[in-house]
Design a protein around this ligand. Structure first.
Ligand SMILES: [Fe+2]
Ligand SMILES: [Fe+2]
Length: 178
């Protein structure tokens, strides 16, 4: 498998979540209410899976390796855009968490905020994924030898292996702090 393989498989799961959010948005708008636990689950998925695990491999391994290469100006520009988009994703998610806290405390006006943040995620992720799948991933292959690509794939697996431990350490830590 090429290093982009696991990243593209992860994209498919993120797309399923985006489709689900899109469907839920229609329900939220017709019923004028949202289940805050649904938002908690979305946030957990985005933060732990899409951001920490997926963007983590992209930024901490792939982009790190590519930064050592002489990339074309165009590819550098796309990589910068991708990093900026990851930052934007984190910002939207943080705002979604804040809106959910307000909603949970009884502030119904926060529903509109939740809807707008969810919609932003729905609009943002598919474009980001498409840019990677169709433009950046095919483009980066030329900078890596088969050996380098294989080493990176191995590092991806190692990175993933750590994630389950990191996740549940943080779950326990949060419970201990309560
Ligand atoms: Fe990305
Ligand atoms: Fe990605």
């Amino acid at each position: 498998m090429q290093s982009r393989g696991p990243l593209m498989i992860e994209h498919r799961l993120i797309e399923r979540m985006i489709t689900l959010i899109d469907q839920k948005l229609k329900l939220i708008e017709t019923t004028n209410q949202v289940d805050p636990f649904f938002i908690d689950t979305v946030v957990d998925f985005i933060r732990i899976y899409a951001d920490r695990t997926h963007h983590g491999k992209e930024e901490d391994i792939l982009f790190r390796e590519l930064s050592k290469k002489q990339m074309s100006d165009q590819d550098i520009q796309i990589m910068d855009e991708l990093v900026d988009e990851h930052v934007l994703g984190r910002k939207i998610t943080k705002e979604l968490v804040e809106a959910n806290v307000k909603y949970r405390s009884g502030d119904n006006s926060a529903l509109a905020l939740i809807v707008s943040k969810l919609r932003k995620l729905v609009n943002f992720y598919p474009k980001h994924i498409e840019k990677e799948d169709k433009i950046f991933f095919p483009a980066y292959m030329k900078y890596l030898s088969d050996e380098e690509d294989h080493l990176m794939l191995k590092e991806f697996w190692e990175f993933d292996r750590e994630m389950i431990h990191e996740k549940y350490k943080s779950v326990l830590q949060k419970l201990e702090e309560r």
